[in-house]
Unconditional design. Structure first.
Length: 122
C-alpha cells in the first residue's frame, strides 16, 4: 500500500502543529512547522512526533498515531474508545488490557471516528 508520509507534532506549550520537514543535525531531530519558519527539537520544546497512518476516519479526518478513535466492535456491538499506537510495524488499536486490534490500515469501510488525541482530555 502506498501512503503519504507526513507528521504532526505536539509541543510543551500544548500546541499541536503540522510538520513540513525534519532535519537530523548533531544527534538532534529538528522539527519544522508547516506554513511558518518556526521549528523546535525533539526533547527541547517539541515533545512528541506523530505519523499519519494513511487512513482517514468516517468523516474524512486523517488518523494519526496517538489519536483516540471511537468505533463499534463488530462482534460485541459495544462502542470502543481507544488510542491508535504503532506496534511491530503496524498502526493498531491499543485496548485497556494492553492487547491490540488488527492493523487499522486494512479496514476499507471502517467506522473509526477521531474524537481526540492522547494529549487532550476528552
Amino acid at each position: 500500500m502506498n501512503r503519504e508520509i507526513k507528521f504532526r507534532a505536539w509541543d510543551e506549550d500544548g500546541y499541536m502543529f503540522d510538520v513540513s520537514g525534519l532535519e537530523f543535525l548533531d544527534g538532534s531531530i529538528i522539527v519544522h512547522e508547516k506554513g511558518t519558519k518556526n521549528f523546535g527539537s525533539l526533547g527541547s520544546g517539541v515533545i512528541a512526533l506523530m505519523q499519519y497512518t494513511g487512513v482517514n476516519d468516517k468523516n474524512g479526518k486523517e488518523i494519526y498515531e496517538s489519536d483516540i478513535v471511537k468505533f463499534e466492535d463488530p462482534i460485541t456491538r459495544k462502542i470502543i474508545i481507544r488510542p491508535v499506537v504503532f506496534i511491530s510495524g503496524s498502526y493498531v488499536i491499543n485496548y485497556k488490557d494492553d492487547s491490540t486490534g488488527g492493523d487499522i490500515t486494512v479496514y476499507v469501510n471502517n467506522t473509526f471516528e477521531v474524537i481526540s488525541d492522547i494529549f487532550h482530555v476528552i
